[in-house]
Write a protein that binds this ligand. Sequence first.
Ligand code: HEM
Length: 423
Amino acid sequence: MTDGTAAQVPPDDLSGFDPFSPAQRGTHHEVMAQFRSRCPVAKVASGMVVLSCYQDVRAALSDRRLLNSHASRAPGVLVPKEDRLMFFEYDAPEHTALRRLMLDLLSAKQAARQIPFIRTTSRELFGMLVKAGGGDVVNQLSVPLSGRMMMRLAGFPTEDAPQWREWIRDHAVSGFAFTNRNDRGVGYAECYPDVLAYIDEHVAMRAARMDRPDDVLTRVVEARINGQPLTPTQKRMIMFSVVSAGANTLTNFISNTVLSVARERRLLDMLRADPTLVPVAVEESLRRDAPSMYITRVCQHQTEIAGTTIQAGEKLLLGLASANRDESVYPHAEEFRLDRAQQPPHLAFGWGAHLCLGAPLTRQVGTTMLETLIDLVDTIELEPGKVPVPYLSVQGNGLDELRVRVRGRSGLTRGLMPRLYDE
Ligand code: HEM
């Protein structure tokens, strides 16, 4: 925690930091390390207050004086309610009631029920990589695994996963997520009429069905708050939020994890020797390579945060990836280690009232995916001459391409391959 004497004006080379600019993406870790050591609470030129140390970020995430509505938009951008299609754009009490609707569907117990699906899908996808001797992990494993998972959870047809990927990517890359506008207009109705029509149509189809599976669509159709059905905006918000909050982060998390294993041979050896380390590796991947580099909050009234006065309306950038690499909490923070059990929990899923609803499912996907890798893969390494291509988004930390060479475990490559596909 900073002590109130922290410099509030960052040095010149940091004051120009703009979290909404694609320019900062490639150097985010280095820049945030500078903030941690030179100015842990910093008011930067873009109008944001940057928090970079673990204790400050965690305290801010638990601080009820900080709000979420409009927080994820660039400074000065206010959006009407029908344009707030993410859970984390809502505040209590509405947020609490909506969140409660999803808690049990997204619990660890429910996530464990997805193990057969995750295992079968991972075996199919790894099986194809093994058979081909390698390939692109992002497009042949991470994207299809997370896409199918999210469609299944939501209740949308599996074959619509690529369409959703395009929509979500457009949000991230076009800047709409920050500005509420793109080259098609302003607000959802002008920018994404096809997304809204898709969700409305699926909600209506589900409402007309008598036999309803237990997924997000059914929850949305059947939910009542104070005896009333959800409003059209609330229904759209939950459907959009769950798929979009999950798809990219899950994709990036899978890619980041496989990249770590492909880069460091010792990890696969350690995990194979002691499979109880698999959940530890999942947490370590989330810590070191947080898929969401930061999140934002807005200050409701003039407030003191970490010794610095924040004015009403000012926005805070909470550095999740930075907190996770805070050396005072995680010694050798840049190393991927499997012996961090005694250290505090990472902040990759946020903390407090908006803690990621998809955390149990993400952990389950990561664990089962890694167990499958251990089971099927003998060696995995980066394809010589191919540098992993970073993911194109301002705030996301992941990959667009990860080319690897893969050798299957001997019993599997000699004639047992069909088993990979027909479980
Ligand atoms: C590695 C994977 C993931 C990461 C790193 C991640 C990260 C996060 C973070 C940092 C937040 C907090 C946002 C805030 O406080 O403003 C969040 C919220 C949320 N996440 Fe995730 N997420 C992941 C996967 C998922 C998945 C798979 C789902 C869907 C099943 C999901 C659904 C949500 C939802 C609905 C919220 C909003 C919760 C609320 O505002 O109450 N996430 N996530």
